[in-house]
Design a binder for this molecule. Structure first.
Ligand SMILES: *Cc1c(COP(=O)(O)O)cnc(C)c1O
Length: 491
């Protein structure tokens, strides 16, 4: 572990006190004995108030966020979150609404949910929307449970397989497995599309459906999407659209019209609700009229008298989340859609695609492209720099970017691309920022050839050096633990 300042806990001394409140002059009411702590607080650091304030302020400044810098994390759409949405979400009528408040007293909140359902349905070409799920992955689980309920309801009990391309996000096969179904992997072809022959060979009366993101995780538009949907439907299966890459096609193509039956929207990606330490997420889902009866409730509908009410679809798979989803996120997504308007949303995708292609074209002579095609909102390159020794890996390039003040792109995903570097600049970055990123990537390529040891040592200018990432993930220390800290310091 590397720290310029010694850890705050080393300042701990018995008897230091963090708060000095004057005596309020009010007699205290003794707590009942059974509520009193029975043993001493052991192992807690004892610090003064300024030491505690400096500790938390310092660690808060170590966070990297979209508000501090460029964040080209592919597949995550780390775009700027307009501050207007924060104002709107803080309006007391929304922020102070209680989830158990009567419908009559919550008409504004219900109207907002109803309108958001309608807008998302319109943008994606679907008939019905549920705002329940808390994340994309939960939206996926919702969709596959709905597929299963639909098949079982028709007495179609043998449909237990879900087709998933080998380029898919890990949540897709995980979802199918969690829903109790079997994952069948599909190969990609040389142009980065689903291999149609492999698809035809694996479709069967056991096919419950297929999960696909379009554009796919190579940042490429599936050139045979209409045919893929037709083939899956002919086999009696349903098409799940992973909507994480929706930022590429807003106002240009509607998944419902391409042939998808169901999709999730990552409101925290496409619709600018904060994520990456901000959150919480929101993974609303949309579907065709045929699947609408199975959606999780409550959904919102408008009564004949114009008022809004909650209802649960008749064959609903049940709730996916307590109360009404992550409501504050729904407010922000609504504000985004209203402030952009239809033309604005289309411009979002056009600019996102333009920015990704700009980065791609400016870097592809040194960082080879995974597939030599025009990309959508993100581009997948490879960290295999011509002239650099083989022991310079994509991981080294990513860590060196941290030294230059950039959040690294997604690396080693999709799994089918060796040394993958997946860059998603988004539409909210200026050309100056993109040029600075491109120049830095080119500079790192030069370092990879001339001073590879600098890359292997990176990052050297960050609060921590290179971590043992497996250990950090498997054995995280998430709260003050004097024994664990002492052990780390002695290493
Ligand atoms: C982000 C992402 C998901 C999962 O969404 P979460 O909201 O993180 O659960 C699924 N698929 C793809 C392609 C993604 O990028």
């Amino acid at each position: 572990m590397h720290n310029e300042e010694p850890p705050i806990f080393t300042y701990s001394q018995p008897g230091k006190i963090g708060v000095n409140l004057p005596d309020a002059g009010i007699a205290s009411t003794p707590l009942p004995t059974e509520l009193l702590r029975q043993d001493d607080l052991a192992g807690f650091p004892e610090l003064t108030e300024p030491e505690v304030i400096r500790h938390f302020t310092r660690i808060s400044q170590r966070n990297y966020s979209i508000d501090t810098g460029f964040y080209p994390l592919g597949s995550c759409t780390m775009k700027y979150n307009p501050k207007l949405h924060e104002e709107v979400a803080r309006l007391p009528g929304f922020a102070a609404a209680h989830p158990l408040q009567d419908e009559e007293l919550s008409q504004g909140a219900l109207q907002l949910m109803y309108e958001l359902q309608t807008y998302l349905g319109e943008i994606s070409g679907f008939d019905a929307v549920s705002l329940q799920p808390a994340a994309g992955a939960q939206g996926e689980l919702t969709g596959i449970l709905v597929f299963r309920a639909y098949h079982l309801d028709r007495g179609d009990t043998d449909r237990t397989e879900v087709l998933v391309p080998d380029s898919a996000h890990g949540t897709n096969p995980a979802t199918a497995a969690m829903a109790g179904l079997k994952v069948v992997e599909l190969k990609s072809d040389a142009r980065g599309n689903v291999d149609l022959d492999d698809l035809k060979a694996k479709l069967s009366p056991r096919t419950a459906g297929m999960m696909l993101t379009n554009p796919n995780t190579l940042g490429l538009f599936e050139e045979h999407i209409v045919e893929i949907c037709r083939l899956v439907h002919e086999a009696g299966g349903l098409m799940y659209g992973d909507g994480a890459n929706f930022n590429a096609i807003l106002g240009i193509a509607k998944p419902g019209e391409l042939g998808f039956d169901f999709m999730h929207y990552n409101l925290h990606k496409t619709f600018t609700t904060p994520h990456g330490g901000g959150g919480p997420g929101s993974g609303a889902v949309g579907c065709t009229a045929a699947l609408a009866p199975y959606l999780p409730g409550p959904r919102v509908r408008q009564r004949a008298d114009g008022k809004y009410e909650f209802f649960t679809p008749e064959k609903s798979i049940g709730r996916m989340k307590a109360f009404h989803g992550n409501f504050g996120m729904l407010v922000r997504a609504w504000a985004y859609i209203r402030s952009m308007g239809a033309a604005g949303l289309r411009a979002v995708s056009e600019t996102a695609v333009l920015n990704a292609n700009y980065v791609r074209v400016m870097l592809k002579d040194i960082y080879p492209q995974a597939v030599d095609r025009i990309c959508m909102h993100e581009t997948v390159l490879r960290g295999q720099i011509a002239g650099a020794s083989k022991d310079v890996r994509t991981l080294d390039i990513a860590k060196r970017l941290i030294d230059y003040g950039f959040h690294p792109p997604t690396i080693y995903f999709p799994l089918i691309v060796p040394e993958a570097l997946m860059i998603e600049p988004t539409e909210t970055e200026s050309k100056q920022t993109l040029d600075r990123f491109i120049a830095t990537m080119r500079r790192i390529a030069g370092e990879a050839v001339e001073t590879p040891e600098v890359l292997h040592a990176a990052p050297t200018r960050a609060p921590v050096r290179r971590l043992d990432e497996v250990r950090a993930a498997r054995q995280p220390i998430l709260r003050y633990d004097p024994i664990a800290i002492a052990r780390l310091q002695s290493e």
